[in-house]
Design a binder for this molecule. Structure first.
Ligand SMILES: Cc1ncc(COP(=O)(O)O)c(C=O)c1O
Length: 368
């Protein structure tokens, strides 16, 4: 039996150990724990990697959404449209910022917000849309930006799962007014703790976001507004800078593994494989299949030493936190259909062909 973890962060660390160890040692040598040169360096390197001018780092991906919405001016009565199928950070931060969450169903194939459903959700109180590039696949940014322009709405791209993904050749994170990123350890670019960032082309928005994240001012003792304390620490910044040059290679490897899974799993009855829409480059953060007996399949894989995950078992409109909205399954048929069928298989850049084979064999064994 070849055990297959869901992800293998230790093997990734070992593959670049001298770089990571040197980065950490440098932070300690210079006592550069909070802000300082490592944070500034990462902010400019990450902005450049995304083809945007400004990057405001912060404590985690959830804060990056909250900070962006606060700086975009979300307030009481403002409605923000978010996909029904995502991690709760996308919606809970709308409420934190003072706004009202409006869910929109996702597309049957790509799991990203369905542009055809967005306009029906727009009211005179709508201020913005948060498309999520879920699992690593860009949302349909052409259609979304056209709707946003027509109704004068801002767009905040949730790129937590989609570092370096492209829509029609253009990087995600460059379409909207701002884009949020998470560097949670298991993400395609992961820190060794919590970390996040918002990027934008807009200098005034970047300044408002930086001020809000740093107690309301750009320098110590400057408090032009009341803010919060959401900082990327020096250690995480140095680690992320050491990892950033490897991101493109790791992404290619993820895409190769996804392609191999695609070939090997294509003839298994009852298994629906991920679909990448035309013109979109999927960075394969997660490899999500669908199966009618999702829990039985997961149990069988576990018995074979293979870890899986469910992203996510209950779509956002149906979690207890949103019971107050009184949503019914027929309001979001795709998200509702997907929630009981999705299963994420192991996929990480360091995966060996033996591990890929072990996953495929175990699924074949279950199916026959
Ligand atoms: C789609 C999405 N948005 C936002 C976040 C929030 O990121 P973090 O866990 O760094 O707060 C995540 C991460 O889990 C995510 O997957």
């Amino acid at each position: 039996m070849t055990p297959v973890p869901f992800a293998d962060l230790h093997t990734q660390y070992l593959s670049i150990k001298p770089e990571i160890d040197a980065a950490i040692a440098d932070v300690i040598r210079n006592s550069a724990f909070v802000r300082g040169p490592h944070v500034e360096h990462f902010e400019s390197a990450f902005a450049a990697a995304n083809g945007v001018e400004h990057c405001v780092s912060c404590a985690n991906g959830t804060d990056s959404l909250y900070i962006a919405m606060h700086a975009l001016g979300v307030g009481p009565g403002d409605e923000v449209i978010v996909p029904a199928h995502s991690w709760i950070s996308t919606s809970e931060t709308v409420t934190q910022a003072g706004g009202t969450v409006v869910f929109c169903d996702t597309d049957a194939d790509t799991y990203t917000i369905d542009p055809a459903q967005i306009e029906a959700k727009i009211t005179p109180r709508t201020v913005g849309i948060i498309p999520v590039h879920l699992y690593g696949q860009p949302a349909d940014m052409g259609a979304i930006m056209a709707i946003a322009a027509k109704h004068k709405l801002w767009v905040l791209e949730d790129c937590a799962q989609a570092h370096l993904a492209r829509y029609k050749g253009r990087m995600v994170g460059t379409f909207g007014n701002a884009a949020s990123f998470s560097f949670y350890p298991g993400k395609n670019l992961g820190a060794m703790g919590d970390a996040g960032a918002v990027v934008t082309h807009d200098p005034a928005l970047a300044e408002r976001m930086a001020m809000f994240a740093r107690h309301g001012g750009l320098t110590k003792g400057d408090h032009r507004i009341e803010g919060i304390n959401s900082r990327l620490d020096g250690m995480q910044a140095a680690i992320l800078s050491a990892k950033l040059p490897h991101l493109a290679g790791w992404t290619r490897r993820r895409q190769e593994i996804a392609a191999e899974y695609g070939q090997l799993l294509s003839r298994i009855p009852g298994l629906a494989l991920p679909i990448t829409a035309a013109g979109r480059e999927h960075v394969c953060h997660l490899y999500v299949v669908r199966h009618e007996q999702r829990y039985a399949l997961a149990r069988h894989l576990k018995e074979c030493g293979i870890q899986t995950a469910i992203n996510y078992p209950v779509a956002l409109p149906f979690v207890p936190a949103y019971a107050r909205l009184g949503h019914r399954p027929q309001d979001f048929p795709n998200a509702y259909y997907h929630q009981s069928r999705v299963l994420s298989l192991p996929l990480f850049p360091e995966m060996t062909s033996g591990q890929i084979r072990a996953v495929v064999d175990a699924i074949e064994d279950f199916a026959h």
